[in-house]
Design a protein around this ligand. Structure first.
Ligand SMILES: [Mg+2]
Length: 378
């Protein structure tokens, strides 16, 4: 079996343009190939931007290993790589790189069996999956309003903001004054290391009818702190995009969150994602899968295929940027706030060089970086 990584920079263009335009154009695709068939996968790199760390796992371990080992099922690659790499930690870079290879093996298996991907997972319960508009961070409140108007016109009923802690209240207020009907969620990306400050934020924002607050606390895996906030907050709390192990997801659920947000391109691929859905069912926690809302659709296509067969998935995060239609033979189809995956996941390999990776410093001003040292690095 051959494994081939591709580093890409897919431009992240939105209208209006966002503050994250130059931070989200970093993608790592993986192609697996045997004598007859092939499949594509993706690791989520945008966020940290450290693509070479992920590549080292593909180049140093996955490529030589898969050239020697016969795998019978996609999960085998996860099981083996988790054991080989556990002393480097089975989260973050390690599980992200595993995700890309494991996912690719699923689409290879689907191609070999000549069926659509979802059929390998279960019986279809729907033709499309509900999505919400996940905004990038905008520099101006007016741009948040323009993006909200455009999203409503396209058929979304829920928008999620990624504004900084210092501008999000003004943005929410402005949306509410102009668009009473829209549902609003707030993604904070873990700014508050103080429970009282987090509670104060909840109190201030509560009157604007918020669907959920996502990752309010720093660090994101402090389950004790989180449980104190979930107990206090009348607004549902969501988290999970920075969780990797089943044990971690269990702790997160037990901290009282309302929505679980696993990311298939971070946790270790399809099999791990399915195990997390089972766990969510056991605890009756609701699932809103995370998908980095950049301009790359591969991991989304996997999440959507699972969404066609798994009822636990209520709604999926969705980008407001367009996917590059010269890089894929077919793309997910959006209609009135719902989306269906393409029948096949096929990258137009000859066009990859149009999106060749651009190496530069990418710092995503998540969290409260606006207030600290990183503000100077722009
Ligand atoms: Mg998020």
């Amino acid at each position: 079996m051959k494994v081939k990584p591709f580093s890409l920079s897919i431009p992240f263009n939105t209208e209006p343009p966002s503050d994250w335009k130059d931070a989200w154009d970093v993608q790592l695709y993986v192609k697996v190939e045997d004598e007859k068939d092939y499949g594509w996968g993706e690791a989520l790199v945008a966020g940290s931007g450290i693509i070479n760390s992920y590549l080292s796992i593909i180049n140093d371990i996955a490529i030589p290993l898969l050239s020697r080992v016969e795998l019978s099922e996609p999960i085998d690659v996860r099981t083996i790589l988790e054991k080989i790499l556990f002393s480097a930690g089975n989260c973050g870079v390690v599980s992200g790189a595993i995700s890309a290879v494991e996912m690719a093996l699923w689409s290879l298996k689907a191609r070999k069996s000549n069926v659509e991907l979802y059929k390998l997972i279960g019986d279809k319960i729907r033709d499309s999956v509900k999505v919400y508009a996940s905004f990038p961070r905008f520099g101006k409140i007016d741009d948040v309003l323009i993006a909200t108007r455009k999203s409503l016109e396209r058929g979304f009923d829920l928008v999620k903001l990624h504004q900084s802690p210092s501008t999000v209240l003004a943005a929410v207020k402005a949306i509410r004054e102009n668009y009473k009907e829209v549902k609003i969620a707030i993604d904070l990306n873990s700014p508050f290391d103080n429970l009282d400050v987090a509670k104060e934020f909840v109190d201030k924002v509560h009157k604007y009818e918020i669907e959920w607050i996502e990752e309010p606390l720093w660090p994101p895996n402090d389950y004790d702190l989180l449980s104190k906030l979930t107990e206090f907050s009348p607004i549902p709390i969501a988290a999970g995009e920075n969780e990797y192990s089943l044990y971690g997801f269990k702790k997160l659920i037990e901290s009282g969150i309302t929505y679980l947000q696993p990311d298939i391109a971070k946790v270790g691929g399809v099999t791990k994602f399915l195990e997390i859905l089972d766990l969510a069912s056991k605890y009756k926690v609701r699932v809103l899968p995370h998908d980095r809302p950049d301009a790359s659709p591969i991991s989304l296509i996997y999440t959507l295929n699972i969404g066609l067969v798994k009822s636990q998935i209520e709604m999926v995060e969705y980008t407001i940027a367009d996917f590059p239609n010269d890089l894929f033979y077919s793309l997910p189809k959006f209609k009135d706030g719902y989306i269906s995956p393409p029948e096949n996941l096929e990258v137009v390999e000859r066009n990859i060089e149009k999106y060749s990776y651009k190496n530069r410093l990418r710092i995503l001003h998540f969290s409260d970086l606006e207030n600290k040292l990183m503000r100077k690095i722009t």
